[in-house]
Design a protein around this ligand. Structure first.
Ligand SMILES: [Zn+2]
Length: 501
């Protein structure tokens, strides 16, 4: 990296008074082709950003750049859009690694917002949310839709939102309306979200206000929903999100539920997390109203939400992470798991007919688009998740000479199938560097790290001493039974072992 000599470029200057420009020169650009709606790989290409936007994508180094442009040589490197995570519970970071073998029912009863608020204070929420966002930024996740279940009080809401603003990440912060027995009612939260909408610093940050709500059905409280949707309109929220499972899990929040209340076909994006048991009618509604689901591959495997029909709705799907306390926080891993899971399932269809597959059912490019562009589509932000003129300057630069990538030819395959977070050299959000030279450079990171360690230690000690609950015999009226356990030991015993906390 070397700044261009200001005198040398003077005769070539375009006018851009007061603008901050950076030119990434000479790398492999994974750009977006608006005509084909697919990727356009440019070798030896350049990307110019001005303030928060991409203002030029070039097949070679441009002869003219604005005065004062910083030139960054990316020869041998790959530049891609930042990843977009459309489902996350960011505040929970302090629980990391203490719930490695948890079930979903155990999660609800032990780690969810129905339990945690009785032990967490607002500072804990701030520290935990901020550390989680730095973890995501480090992994190239520049945008996330946060189903922010930490809005159980004004202080906790304010702390989590402030952490989003302070992180510099692009967070679609979904203020959650939920009744928590013994603590808060939805009614209490109406004035809180209004106050959050006025938070200083929100307007000038990449973070926006959204709404998360899981009460659409069955048996919805229609008066409550009407009030929440009126607030969504009044506050012009950027997104609405809901946990949608159906099937044996029993909590619906299906497209049909929302459509029945006349709220599906609206200008605000509605993101359905999981949608594991989406019906054909629900899929048709998503397509006709252009609403999206968030497939969270690792979560749906870890907890058993599963995704038996999600393969059929990938044209209206994006990718999410969910509880990053129990597994990867990077969308790259989600894209890879999902790609191979889709291949596995589609191959199995053929093998079960005693036949052999003659083509590969899903491509690396399709996985790349789900991890980037489709997140932008789910959020109705076509300026996110792509490298194209006019798009937001949310970018990731990959070290093409790392041991994992050395020898790459196809940059999409290199990223989707070979790279890891360790190969991410730089990350920018809104044109601002948050990671550079392989390290987080966001100015809040050193303090955030120290504060988070204190918070995590205190909270983890509380949970370590908390007795594990017995699984219930039923959940939402459905019997709860044990799956077949893996056995990794020869002879007696199965090697299940312990958690080491
Ligand atoms: Zn979730």
């Amino acid at each position: 990296m070397r700044p261009i000599n200001a005198i040398a470029i003077l005769p070539l200057c375009l006018t851009a008074v007061g603008a901050a420009s950076t030119l990434f020169r000479g790398g492999t650009v994974v750009a977006f082709n608006k005509q084909t709606q697919g990727l356009n790989v440019i070798r030896g290409g350049s990307v110019l950003i001005t303030n928060d936007r991409i203002t030029g994508v070039f097949t070679s180094a441009p002869s003219k750049v604005p005065a004062g442009t910083e030139i960054v040589d990316i020869t041998g490197k790959i530049i891609t859009p930042g990843f977009i995570d459309t489902h996350r519970h960011g505040w929970q970071t302090a629980f990391k690694t203490i719930a490695s073998n948890t079930t979903l029912i155990e999660f609800f009863g032990r780690y969810s917002s129905f339990v945690a608020p009785f032990f967490w204070n607002a500072t804990d929420v701030y520290d935990s949310q901020l550390a989680g966002l730095y973890e995501a930024l480090n992994a190239g996740v520049t945008s996330s839709l946060d189903h922010a279940t930490h809005t159980w009080s004004k202080d906790a809401s304010s702390a989590g939102l402030q952490a989003c603003i302070d992180s510099g990440a692009r967070v679609f912060w979904g203020f959650t309306f939920a009744n928590i027995t013994g603590l808060v009612t939805v009614e209490d939260l109406y004035p809180v979200i209004r106050e959050m909408a006025k938070k200083p610093g929100l307007r000038n940050s990449p973070t926006t206000l959204g709404i998360a709500y899981d009460g659409w059905g069955p048996n919805p409280n229609v008066a409550e929903i009407n009030k929440i949707m009126a607030l969504a309109k009044e506050l012009n929220v950027s997104v609405i999100t809901t946990h949608s499972l159906q099937g044996p899990w029993g909590f619906n929040n299906s497209p049909e539920d929302i459509h029945a209340l006349n709220y599906l076909n609206i200008s605000t994006p509605i993101v359905f997390s999981h949608a594991s048991f989406l019906t054909p009618a629900g899929a048709a509604l998503l397509r006709s109203t252009n609403q999206y689901i968030s497939i969270t591959p690792e979560s749906e495997m870890h907890y058993g939400q599963t995704h038996p029909v999600s393969y059929n709705i990938q044209d209206q799907a994006s990718l999410g992470i969910d509880t990053h306390i129990t597994f990867s926080t990077d969308i790259l891993t989600q894209a890879r798991i999902w790609l191979q899971q889709t291949r596995y399932e589609r191959y199995l269809d053929v093998l079960e007919q005693s036949k052999l597959p003659r083509s590969n059912p899903m491509s690396a490019e399709q996985a790349f688009l789900l991890a980037t562009r489709h997140g932008g589509l789910a959020l109705r932000r076509p300026d996110l998740g792509i490298i194209a003129e006019g798009a937001k300057a949310d970018l990731v630069i990959w070290d093409g000479n790392s041991p994992a990538l050395l020898g790459w030819v196809d940059p999409v395959a290199a990223v989707i199938l070979h790279a890891s977070v360790g190969d991410i050299e730089a990350v920018l959000v809104d044109g601002k560097w948050v990671k550079r030279g392989g390290k987080l450079v966001a100015k809040g990171w050193p303090d955030a790290r120290a504060n988070f360690l204190r918070t995590a230690k205190r909270l983890q000690a509380i949970w370590r001493d908390m007795p594990m609950p017995e699984p219930p015999a039923e959940f939402n009226g459905v019997p709860v039974v044990s799956p077949v356990q893996a056995d990794v030991l020869r002879g007696p015993g199965n090697g299940y072992g312990n958690v080491y906390i």
